[in-house]
Design a protein around this ligand. Structure first.
Ligand code: SAH
Length: 498
């Protein structure tokens, strides 16, 4: 049988954006993914649906799957001929036992690769505004494990470490924090040396706790710091006051649920994360082209009888293109027709196929698209390709302007509800999360997935009037973007937060 391969991949410290391009490439073609506790859900959501997922997550002091068994799983899957990705938090070779996992593979001549990750040892202090080195303060940085084997004393050379005058970063040190600080004091380090613990670094729940060597254990105990957390000891910790950028981001501590069609990339989610928001992606609808679609076929056969082809969503464009592709045709089947798009997102989808919208209304909704088509030159019959529940505002505007049209449903919107439980648990009247709605169908998809829910337990951030109307029909309190664009939607969320 063909031999498989194992790729050790560093998933970074928590923020899903901190995974390497190379690591994501490996993940996207994996057949088996073996992962543990420190890998964030947003990264796990990038695992291909077809891949087998094996959680060997370890909790401190009780190992779910013993190390030798993990090594064996990797070997067995590779011997079955599979492409195996072993995803590990941070960097696999830094206190990640990556070396141990490779030994058995090397013994059996299984091919492997190691894709380094961004380690928490450097990235977590960075997100807390602490550069691990700075010329004014130190000339070295030391990364130490604070893990204590059961019943054994801490095995840390405190004298040597204090002698370096470098920055000290302790991983796995939460339970031994008092002994670590005492060890450094006993070795002669000043009790006033700045020190910090950073809990759940680079994630939306990041919590930095700044103190001194002598006060840190008590402060950390008062704040009930939990693993994973990093301990940083050194003058550089004072820079946090100046450089604490992540915890000051405008949407920090804001819980946002991004509803979106399953097949659309999560750019909105990514942009909200960059602003510090705690984003949960919730693909609650799926758009499926209707194939075959006899009415569309008929319209295409008489394409010259139309002057305009109008799209009210990127999904309409994709459905048409898929239809053409499946019937061995391409955009030339559209002849010289003029193209209208409801907004820039739909125009972007056209551009992917080498086309451009000749008309985009000033306000990105059905009513304004209809009005713009009535005033367009040349004026003429409109072919509308859209979803089964398109807004009537478009066709009403065309009726009023006396413009003829054919309104053809070319794709369906289906509800899907993976993770519905997780999202339901986030809804809360006292601390309502913001839920983004980018179309009326995302509102309906959300409601269908939630079943019976309290509308006052969320705030709907809506992209436009029709979306807002759909949310208000369900009594959901809303905020609405000034313009139907992602930029304006993000802006209204920011304004609402401040
Ligand atoms: N290979 C990993 C480290 C594994 S050891 C890396 O390179 O980052 C696990 C320890 O890493 C935890 O006990 C904690 O000290 C630290 N750690 C990992 N992720 C962290 C995070 N998001 N915030 C704070 N500490 C983290």
């Amino acid at each position: 049988m063909k031999m498989g391969e194992v790729i050790l991949v560093g998933a970074g410290p928590g923020d899903p954006g901190l995974m390497t391009v190379r690591g994501l490439e490996a993940l996207s073609s994996a057949q088996v993914v073996v992962y543990d506790r420190l890998v964030s859900p947003a990264i796990l959501s990038k695992i291909p649906e077809t891949a087998e997922k094996i959680n060997v997550g370890k909790r401190s002091s009780h190992h779910l799957v013993p190390q030798d068994q993990i090594n064996q799983i990797l070997l067995d899957k590779a011997l079955e001929g599979k492409k195996v990705v072993r995803l590990k938090g941070g960097d696999p070779f830094l206190f990640g036992r990556g070396g141990e996992e490779l030994e058995l593979l090397a013994e059996h001549h299984v091919p492997f690769q190691e894709i380094p990750g961004i380690t928490s040892a450097i990235a977590v202090p960075a997100y807390a505004g602490i550069p691990v080195t700075h010329r004014d303060f130190c000339s070295s940085v030391h990364i130490i494990t604070g893990h204590q084997r059961a019943g054994m004393p801490l095995n840390i050379p405190f004298d040597a470490l204090v002698g370096t005058k470098g920055t000290l970063v302790f991983l796995m040190g939460v339970s031994a924090l008092p002994q670590i600080c005492q060890g450094l004091l006993d070795a002669g380090m000043s009790p006033d040396m700045p020190a910090a613990v950073v809990e759940k670094g680079t994630t939306p729940s990041q919590r930095p706790i700044l103190a001194t060597l002598s006060t840190l254990p008590q402060k950390a105990a008062e704040e009930q710091v939990e693993s994973p957390a990093i301990i940083v000891v050194g003058e550089v910790c004072t820079l946090n006051q100046q450089f604490d950028w992540f915890d000051r981001l405008p949407l920090k501590n804001q819980k946002i649920i991004v509803t979106r069609p399953k097949e659309r990339a999560g750019t909105l989610a990514g942009r909200l994360r960059q602003l510090g928001a705690d984003v949960t992606e919730f693909p609650c609808i799926e758009t499926v082209p209707m194939i075959p679609c006899p009415p569309m076929e008929q319209a295409l056969a008489q394409i010259d009888s139309y002057t305009w082809l109008a799209f009210t969503s990127p999904a309409g464009v994709s459905a048409l293109m898929e239809h053409l592709d499946r019937t061995n045709r391409d955009v030339r089947a559209l002849g010289r027709i003029h193209l209208a798009a409801i907004g820039p997102g739909t125009d972007r989808e056209l551009r992917k196929h080498g086309l451009r919208a000749d008309l985009i209304p000033e306000v990105y909704d059905g009513e304004h698209l209809g009005q713009a088509l009535c005033q367009a030159s040349p004026a003429g019959k409109v072919l509308i390709l859209r979803a089964q529940w398109g807004t009537e505002a478009l066709t009403q505007a065309l009726d009023q302007g006396g413009i003829a049209y054919d309104d053809i449903r070319c794709y369906e919107t289906k509800f899907t509800c993976p993770q519905a439980e997780e999202v339901r648990a986030m809804l809360n009247r006292d601390d309502p999360p913001t839920v983004t709605f980018t179309s009326a169908s995302t509102v309906r998809g959300f409601a269908a997935a939630m079943g019976d829910f309290d509308p006052l337990s969320l705030v709907g951030a809506c992209i436009g009037e029709q979306t807002r109307a759909a949310a208000e029909l369900l009594d959901i309190p809303t905020i609405t973007a000034e313009k139907a664009t992602m930029d304006a939607l993000i802006q209204v969320i920011e304004d609402h937060t401040n």
